[in-house]
Design a protein around this ligand. Structure first.
Ligand code: SAM
Length: 253
């Protein structure tokens, strides 16, 4: 029986499961971690591949089920809570992430990935549609916001497809969206993450205001005061604009 507090909705459509797994490139990494395998609808296709498979699952009933029903899965396959991973068990190696994620911790999963982007070249996964759209959001649209900029500073995001409620058991209340992240570290962010995040968050918190107003509380450096970006709203700046702006800010602080 599905456990609601663990965000359990089991995918029942094999074609969609296969399409999600085939979203990964299977190139340039030896390891794949699946988040929340549940009853293994994605896992069985992953086990056909050459990579080492690791499963992050916190439901003991699921773990027992997977061990019993899939050869190739054993005690060592399981790594526990995804949000607690530091990936040290596969030191210095690259690991791709895949999953039909528990929607109650969607943003935490995305930020866990960004926090370890040096180890994670690729992710394919399903979120509630709204989160998938916000992650893939482009400038001057309502979807473009904090999540879009903070994720796209590290990854190119592509929206793969939408999944209807009725292919899950039990059906979730909302539609789902599958996205793919491909690592593409943008120039200039190194060492300036804290200021970058602060500018992005503060700028979008008052997204209707020009940045000259929205960022006032951060004490805009004097040398930046005439800058053209300050005359715009947060949603008008590209991800590269934000990175460039945070860089200038740091130099003039
Ligand atoms: N992959 C299965 C499928 O597609 O049918 C199950 C998906 S279900 C939406 C989410 C799964 O994530 C559940 O099996 C749940 O137990 C698991 N889960 C919840 N929180 C987790 C966490 N912090 N770390 C790892 N897995 C978690």
């Amino acid at each position: 029986k599905a456990k609601k507090h663990l965000g359990q909705h089991f995918l029942t459509d094999e074609n969609i499961a296969r399409k999600i797994v085939e979203g990964l490139s299977f190139e340039n990494y030896n390891n794949i971690m699946e988040v929340g395998p549940g009853m293994g609808v994605l896992t069985k296709y992953l086990l056909e591949k050459d990579q080492n498979i690791y499963l992050a699952e916190i439901d003991t009933e699921s773990i027992e089920y997977l061990k019993k029903n899939y050869s190739g899965v054993n005690e060592n396959t399981f790594v526990g809570d995804f949000l607690k991973q530091d990936f040290s068990f596969i030191k210095d190696e690259q690991i791709a992430i895949i999953g039909n994620f528990p929607y109650n911790i969607s943003s935490q999963i995305l930020f866990q990935i960004v926090d370890h982007y040096e180890r994670i070249p690729e992710m394919v996964g399903m979120f509630q549609k709204e989160v998938a759209e916000r992650t893939a959001g482009v400038p001057r649209t309502k979807d473009y916001g904090i999540l879009s900029v903070l994720i796209q500073a590290y990854y190119d995001v592509s929206y793969m497809f939408t999944v209807h409620e009725n292919v899950f058991n039990p059906p979730p209340k909302v539609k789902s969206g599958v996205i793919k992240l491909t690592r593409n570290p943008k120039e200039g962010l190194a060492g300036n993450e804290v200021l970058f995040k602060q500018i992005v968050k503060t700028g979008f918190n008052q997204r209707r205001k020009k940045l000259s107003n929205a960022l006032k509380s951060l004490n805009i450096p004097e040398a930046l005061k005439g800058h053209e970006f300050l005359d715009k709203r947060a949603e008008e700046l590209s991800v590269s604009d934000f990175i460039h702006f945070a860089d200038l800010w740091k130099q003039n602080q």
